[in-house]
Design a protein around this ligand. Structure first.
Ligand code: UN1
Length: 497
């Protein structure tokens, strides 16, 4: 199917795909596929005003009814799964199965959020005063800005949007400039859900297209009390303080430098599969991609040997083709950054296996994933490069592995491969992994939506998706209700008037 056919299938019209100032290329073959219309930064105040007006209506719609909109979104996504997955493949370069997986992740969070719409529970709290009752209420916050990255161009929006909507908040989405088409396609699907829903306020879900000036308007406006941003640590360190500076609430999901400790008892065949999926899946362009392998010296040579062999046989190429496991990087700048990191690692004493350009479609940035044996955890290893590079380091005792593991600035995801119960428990204990996600006997990537997603340190501290991440999208109110005929004061204070 041609690129244009893929776009037509999700209902994007020739008008929407041409005449704009944002040129979109497919990483598959570098082909120019659209010129998308950008939002004028001067229009941003009107966008935010519309969201604020929608908020005044939506916050009073009962949460289970708000859940109905998200249920319909899930239903429409199910219907359009193949078509939207194909646009993810077209625009982000993901292999077909991962494009579909991304849409499935959207469906899953919709299901989760529908249930949640009847479970926005607060506590009741014992009051120290007679005839008093205390409780917590969770209330909508207001418009939620969502800035997303190219690598999960639609799933990350849906984690935020599904929760924000059931929590009573309008959504303003600014997708990556590299992936506006998946966003426009998702908005078509959203529009169908809104149509079926019937009486949602205008401006409840908006999408703005463009560069930094658009994002900046969301970041700066007190009319956007929640700002969820996914991307680089550099971006987050600009966005976070600005949102906090106007007393807004940032939800940040930034860089990761995810490691796997491979203990002597590890099931090596399972380890091999876990490493390959998490290090080269999505061409190493997940926040959760495996970047550091900390392997016990007694099995290091054997594991590296197996990995080098597995890497040599990886099917790299057209992500649409059956059997391909490694598609292209997003663009040629990404290839340059990968090359620069490999050069730096070499200069630091690294031994590089693989790397370099691969055969693929003309015009695409196809690379061979690299394994780099490092003498120590150098500056290059401590830096996140968004490409399929796996740095390998050895260790002799568990404490040393744990130290190495935590000695990076990022704290998103992590894992240990071990059959030793003590090591497994130590890894997930208070003194173990310092990451937001810590797994045993699976890789660091491919998290399910049911858990809270996010991480510590330079990863930004935000939590999205499952568990009680919804609380970040609501304001907590403590209520004390006096049903007595007296007015006793707390802490036994006497104030007789
Ligand atoms: C991201 O890379 O920003 O856990 C999100 C995973 C996916 C989400 C990744 N479920 O790898």
């Amino acid at each position: 199917m041609s690129h244009q056919d893929v776009l037509a299938k999700v209902g994007l019209s020739a008008e929407e795909l041409s005449g704009g100032s944002l040129s979109v290329r497919s990483p598959i073959d570098g082909a120019h596929v659209a010129d998308v219309h950008e939002t004028d930064p001067g229009e941003m105040q009107a966008v935010i005003d519309r969201a604020q007006a929608a908020f005044k209506v939506w916050r009073s719609v009962p949460a289970p009814r708000r859940g109905e909109l998200v249920r319909l979104l899930g239903e429409e996504l199910r219907r359009s799964k193949d078509e939207l997955g194909a646009v993810v493949t077209l625009e982000a370069g993901k292999i077909v199965s991962e494009g579909l997986g991304e849409v499935q992740e959207m469906i899953d969070i919709c299901d989760f959020a529908v249930g949640l719409s009847r479970q926005l529970y607060g506590l009741t709290i014992a009051s120290e005063r007679p005839g008093h009752r205390m409780m917590e209420s969770w209330h909508p916050m207001g418009p939620c800005g969502v800035i997303t990255a190219f690598n999960f161009p639609v799933a990350v929006w849906s984690w935020n949007a599904a929760l924000a909507l059931v929590c009573g908040n309008p959504v303003i989405w600014k997708p990556s400039e590299k992936t506006p088409l998946t966003a426009l396609a998702s908005m078509k699907i959203m529009a169908r859900a809104l149509d079926r829903f019937g009486d949602a306020p205008e401006g409840l879900v908006q999408c703005v297209i463009g560069g930094p000036a658009i994002g900046e308007a969301l970041v700066a406006s007190p009319g956007v009390p929640i700002l969820s941003a996914t991307g680089s640590t550099r971006m987050g360190s600009a966005v976070g303080p600005k949102v906090l500076g106007r007393w807004g609430r940032p939800i940040l999901e930034l860089g990761g430098n995810n490691a796997m400790i491979v203990a002597p008892s590890a099931d090596l065949e399972m380890t091999l599969r876990a490493v390959v999926f998490s290090a080269v899946g999505t061409a190493g362009q997940r926040c959760t991609s495996l970047r550091r392998l900390i392997v016990h010296n007694s099995i290091r040579e054997e594991l590296v040997g197996k990995l080098v062999k597995a890497y040599a046989g990886l099917p790299i190429g057209d992500p649409r083709a059956e059997g391909t496991l490694v598609g292209p990087l997003i663009d040629h700048d990404a290839t340059d950054r990968m090359q620069a990191a490999l050069d730096a690692a070499r200069a630091e004493g690294g031994k590089v296996h693989g790397g370099g350009m691969a055969e693929g479609m003309d015009g695409g940035a196809y690379v061979r994933p690299a394994i780099v044996e490092m003498p120590s955890q150098t500056e290059t290893v401590r830096t996140e490069t968004f490409a399929p590079i796996l740095y390998v380091m050895g260790y002799d005792d568990f404490d040393e592995a744990m130290e190495l593991h935590n000695a990076v600035p990022q704290g998103l995801s992590s894992c240990i491969m071990t059959l030793n119960l003590r090591e497994a428990e130590a890894f997930v204990s208070a003194a173990g992994s310092d990451c937001g996600i810590a797994n045993v006997n699976i890789g660091p990537s491919g998290a399910e939506i049911g858990g809270a997603f996010g991480g510590e340190k330079e990863t930004g501290g935000g939590r999205e998706s499952g568990s009680d991440a919804w609380k970040s999208y609501m304001r907590r109110q403590t209520n004390t209700i006096n049903f007595s005929d007296a007015l006793p004061l707390a802490q036994g204070v006497r104030f007789d008037v």
